[in-house]
Design a protein around this ligand. Structure first.
Ligand code: VG1
Ligand code: CO
Length: 542
């Protein structure tokens, strides 16, 4: 039955971040998970009698955490819970369930693209009633609670079977275990022309979807293979594993190397794609043609009207500040507004709720739309396939025609991972201190037109998010941006984003790192990266 357990305040998530991400070893400490879950519940007034959604990406510690959270939800007076069978739900599927069934919110167990396993990472995200990540008012309230918490509620229920769909009663709460794919699959069929995509597959168009042993395996297998009849084996690494098979479930050119190499080889299928741990990111690679996430957002915005859900056009678009300006050109051509937001999906969710935008995305391989309030990996891949099914062109043809029409934004992100937190913070602080000097500075062939620390004013609720990254905007249209990651669990990660614009089609097939080399060198010298961090090169280039 319901038990009250005494506990002590603890260090929860940092204010301003939308989830708690820590090593599994931290989460396994007595009361740690319980404290955070109780802090979430305590911060949500009126949760008694409501519905809660729960699922995760299947990583190590997922099963234990699901058991604990179900017992705590029952003890905290929730009326009903929807839990994905096997404890699985992708982030976008959880967002959809919250919205569709009117839940007060949902708990998603994932550390996204971070590695899993006993020595890997675990995480909890809390999404609110609109299906999106908790806004700062809520995360601040949760944080405040973690500083004073002194008890949590839990039931003594023995192990709860959640392997198969079904309904049970648990200490006054109705627990519904549901197929994690069904509702989401139905939504995708409403948005896209599944007949056209099935025709494309029937014509011999070949796809490889790398699920990276993470949560999208069951989703992609159900939709691509069972519904759309792509040949069996189209989805690889399809079974979610607690340690993702020992790899990082991060769909970038480092961790999805095998897929990249296949796509650049003579054996390449027509379309290669991948998603991350919790299914909200996407990577798209055509035969011989890598698509940067920033370009992907721009191409999807320019072509979305070819899919049924977006036939009547886009209300507006949004990109995170570090994302390349490629989509801005499309918005201009479409005559719609483009919003520039800080990194993180909660800012998009506010614009989506207000109906100001239909499509949005981030350079970190996240793209999404008004259909949910999270980025959605499989959705982006299906939109690409719907567009190809209508245009009947290869990815390379579509991307090159796009550059021809709008110009090309050469773009790269250099990550310096696992550096010490103190010098990383000093590096950013020092850039902030020098903004006045940088403003108008002439550096080689480039002049900085504008230097600032990005500050966002939400047009819907007027809230302000300051210190969102140092921007150097050059006269040529080039940009260099510096910010520190908010999602790592080892030291600090410095992200440097470098971009330049090229209108001339004769210069559209050049090597990105070569084109950007002078700017990359500037980015290193302006911030004194080597002197401050000891790093002579980034650990990940995307
Ligand atoms: C990273 C990405 C950011 C993304 C966030 C969550 O954050 O850069 O664009 O929104 O991860 O993605 P940061 O602070 O490390 O740069 V996921 O797939 O964890 O939900
Ligand atoms: Co993710």
């Amino acid at each position: 039955m319901r038990r009250v357990v005494e506990t002590k305040p603890f260090e929860g998530q940092k204010p301003g971040t939308s989830g708690l991400r820590k090593k599994v070893t931290v989460f396994r400490q007595p009361h740690y998970l319980e404290n955070f879950v109780q802090s979430i519940f305590d911060a949500q007034e009126g949760h008694a009698g409501r519905l809660l959604v729960l699922g995760g990406d299947g990583r190590f510690h997922n099963p234990e955490a699901v058991q604990t959270i179900i017992r705590m939800a029952a003890a905290n007076g929730f009326a009903r819970m929807l839990v994905g069978a096997g404890g699985l739900l992708s982030t976008p599927a959880a967002s959809h369930l919250i919205r569709k069934y009117g839940a007060i919110g949902g708990i998603i167990l994932s550390a996204s693209h971070n590695p899993g396993g006993p020595d890997g990472d675990f995480g909890i995200k809390y999404n609110v009633e609109n299906g999106g990540p908790a806004p700062e008012t809520v995360t601040d309230a949760i944080y405040a609670r973690t500083r004073v918490i002194d008890r949590y509620f839990i039931t003594d229920t023995p192990h709860i079977a959640i392997d198969r769909p079904g309904k049970t009663a648990l200490a006054g709460m109705v627990l519904e275990v549901i197929d994690p794919v069904e509702d989401y699959g139905r939504l995708m069929q409403q948005l896209f022309d599944f007949d056209a995509i099935a025709d494309l597959f029937r014509s011999g168009f070949s796809v490889r979807f790398d699920a990276m042993h993470a949560v999208t395996g069951p989703y992609a297998t159900a939709l691509l293979e069972s519904v759309l009849k792509a040949p069996p084996g189209t989805v690889v690494n399809a079974v979610p594993l607690p340690d993702f098979g020992g790899a990082h479930p991060d769909p970038n050119l480092v961790h999805a190397r095998q897929l990249y190499e296949l796509m650049m080889s003579p054996a390449a299928p027509d379309f290669g794609c991948a998603s991350d741990g919790d299914g909200d990111r996407n990577l798209v690679i055509g035969r011989g043609q890598f698509v940067t996430p920033s370009d992907s957002l721009a191409v999807l915005a320019a072509n979305a009207h070819l899919a049924p859900a977006y036939r009547s056009g886009l209300a507006g678009v949004a990109r995170s500040m570090p994302t390349s300006c490629a989509v801005d050109k499309v918005a201009e051509a479409l005559g719609v507004k483009v919003y520039e937001t800080p990194t993180g999906w909660k800012f998009f969710a506010s614009l989506l709720d207000a109906g100001l935008i239909t499509l949005c995305g981030e350079e970190s391989a996240g793209t999404g739309s008004s259909h949910v309030r999270e980025k959605d990996g499989l959705w982006a891949i299906l939109l690409w396939l719907n567009i190809i099914a209508v245009r009947r062109q290869s990815v390379a043809e579509i991307v090159r025609a796009h550059w021809q029409a709008y110009g090309r934004n050469y773009y790269t992100r250099h990550d310096y991972e696992g550096i010490d937190a103190a010098p990383a913070e000093e590096l950013i602080a020092d850039l902030r201190d020098r903004l006045d000097i940088l403003n108008g500075a002439r550096l080689g062939n480039e002049t900085i037109l504008h230097a600032d620390d990005f500050e966002y004013h939400d047009p819907v609720d007027g809230s302000i998010a300051a210190n969102q990254g140092v921007r150097l905007l050059f006269q040529s249209g080039a940009r260099i941006i510096y910010r520190l990651s908010g999602t790592g669990t080892d030291g600090a990660t410095l992200r440097v984003y470098v971009e330049s614009y090229e209108a001339d089609p004769a210069r559209h097939a050049l090597d990105t790192q070569n084109v950007l080399r002078p700017l990359i060198e500037l980015s290193r010298s302006i911030a004194g990266i080597e002197a401050r961090t000891g790093r002579t090169c980034p650990s990940v280039i995307t």
